[in-house]
Write a protein that binds this ligand. Structure first.
Ligand code: ITT
Length: 200
C-alpha cells in the first residue's frame, strides 16, 4: 500500500484530507505517527504554492516518504488580499481562531455587504522520490457580519459559501469539501495519487 505523509499540524486540514483519501489504496500517516519529531519549517514563501513546496520538500527530505503539504488561507478584497499567506499568523502568536475572526470582523466593520468579497485558496504540494507536483484550488465567497455555525475550523464561521449563503461552518464535511478550495485541489490530486498507488 502507498504510504503518504500528511505534513500538517492543523487538525482541521488533516481530517479533511484523510477523509477525502478514504477509498484509495493509501496508508495516510500524520506527523505525530513519525518516530522523530521535527522542528516546523519556516514558511518564507510569498505565495501559497511556494509555502506548500517548502513544507512538502522539508518533510520529504527528513523522512524519505511521499509527502503531501497544504498551504492555504483567506484573501479578503477589502483588505487588499490580507490575511492571505499570513492567515495562520493573522493577529499574532497564540491568538485563537475566535480571536482572529473577531479581529477580521472588526477590520471589516464599516465595509458594506457588496464589498465583503473574499476567497479561500489552497495549494497542495506532493513531493517524493521522482514526484514533484502542485495542485491548486480556490473558492469565491463573502465574509459575513457575524460568525455562524460550529463545524469546520479556522475562518469557516465567517466565510459564506457561494449560492447557499451558508457559512462553511454550517456545512457538513462532505458539503464543504464539494465546494471548498481544499476539495478542489484534492480532486485534482486524486487521480494522480490513485495512479501512484496502483503502481506500488
Ligand atoms: P500547517 O502549516 O501545519 O499545515 P497551518 O494552520 O499553519 O498548518 P497554513 O500556514 O496553510 O497552515 O495556514 C492556513 C490558515 O488559513 C489556517 O490556519 C486557517 O486559519 C486558514 N484556513 C485554511 N483553510 C481553511 C479552511 O478550509 N477553513 C477555514 N480556515 C482555513
Amino acid at each position: 500500500m502507498l504510504k503518504l505523509l500528511i505534513a500538517s499540524s492543523n487538525h482541521g486540514k488533516i481530517s479533511e484530507i484523510k477523509d477525502f483519501l478514504q477509498g484509495l489504496e493509501i496508508n495516510a500517516i500524520g506527523l505525530s505517527d513519525l518516530a522523530d519529531a521535527y522542528a516546523v519549517p519556516e514558511e518564507t514563501g510569498s505565495t501559497f504554492e511556494e509555502n506548500a513546496i517548502i513544507k512538502a520538500e522539508y518533510y520529504f527530505t527528513k523522512t524519505g516518504l511521499l509527502t503531501l503539504a497544504d498551504d492555504s488561507g483567506l484573501e479578503v478584497d477589502a483588505l487588499d488580499g490580507r490575511p492571505g499567506v499570513c492567515s495562520a499568523r493573522y493577529g499574532g502568536r497564540g491568538i485563537s481562531s475566535a480571536g482572529q475572526i473577531n479581529l477580521l470582523l472588526e477590520e471589516l466593520r464599516d465595509v458594506p455587504e457588496a464589498r465583503r468579497t473574499a476567497r479561500f485558496i489552497c495549494a497542495i504540494a506532493l513531493i517524493g522520490p521522482d514526484v514533484r507536483r502542485i495542485f491548486e484550488g480556490r473558492c469565491e465567497g463573502r465574509i459575513s457580519s457575524e460568525p455562524r455555525g460550529d463545524k469546520g475550523f479556522g475562518y469557516d464561521p465567517i466565510f459564506l459559501a457561494p449560492e447557499s449563503g451558508k457559512s462553511f461552518a454550517e456545512l457538513e464535511r462532505e458539503e464543504k469539501t464539494a465546494l471548498s478550495h481544499r476539495g478542489m485541489a484534492l480532486r485534482k490530486c486524486r487521480n494522480y495519487l490513485n495512479d501512484l498507488s496502483l503502481k506500488t
